[in-house]
Design a protein around this ligand. Sequence first.
Ligand code: NAI
Ligand code: 15L
Length: 266
Amino acid sequence: MMNRILITGAAGQLGTMLREKLRGHAAVLRLSDIAEIPAARDGEEVVPCDLADGAAVRKLVEGCDGIVHLGGISVERSFDLIEAANLRGVYNLYDAARANGMPRIIFASSNHTIGFHDQTTRLDHTAPYRPDGLYGVSKIFGEAVASLYHDKFGQESALVRIGSCTPRPENWRMLATWFSQDDFVSLIDAVFAAPRLGCTMVWGASKNDHGWWDNTHAAFLGWHPKDNAAAYAEEIARTVPRPGRDEAVARYQGGVFTDEPIHPSK
Ligand code: NAI
Ligand code: 15L
């Protein structure tokens, strides 16, 4: 079993979920966020930290043998908001890992790195970036930092381009993008257990009949997602109005993010 897994962004949606579901996957879960986190229980440590503070991040990573990096701005915002956690923060994290024995990093990237691809296109790991906003651009920056630290120093990472990680698919687009919580957990286990990881991009999606993304290149990880959004298709067809074919949500893989303005910085 692993000794200590660090979860950044532990107060957020996915952090709160993984805090429960990764319980017992390591002797200690170190939970960190800039926002308040409910008090530590047995087998947990709460370490508040602003990812933009390099010295604090260095201390945060000390003694960890795996990192699930979720912390940051998770939607489209102005550049000044995105800059702190998603640019400076991701650099701080990789540099801190380098100074602390290079624990494997699972970086929560996003489908918004490729959001302007049309929904009729099937993508594999060679697909060109087509970010749908500054948020997507910041995740590309994170992927690039991971690649740099791999080539220069041998730091291993999984760059998980998460689709939509929710308890169940909620709309028509999620019939393709849904990433079940259990499939995310099994991916984390597979990444930490794999004999070799390298710096590997993985599409963070379940085994959806209507999916757009091909993970063949990452088969060596031995990860087998089990859930399929198609199980909810009939319910979604019955309860959620189908968007028009020309609406962004039905046209582009990034959905409504492609319609967002560039929000002005203060
Ligand atoms: P969230 O917004 O609920 O959680 C992000 C957490 O990061 C928040 O608790 C926030 O306080 C923390 N944070 C922000 N700035 C920080 C800073 N400077 N220092 C320390 N912590 C900071 O987001 P969610 O949904 O839990 O997503 C987690 C990660 O996964 C994010 O990086 C997001 O971009 C990525 N992701 C999530 C998807 C989803 O379906 N939920 C889809 C694609 C990517
Ligand atoms: C993301 O990157 C966001 O963090 C999440 O809130 C969802 O909007 C998700 O993408 C999505 O595209 O459904």
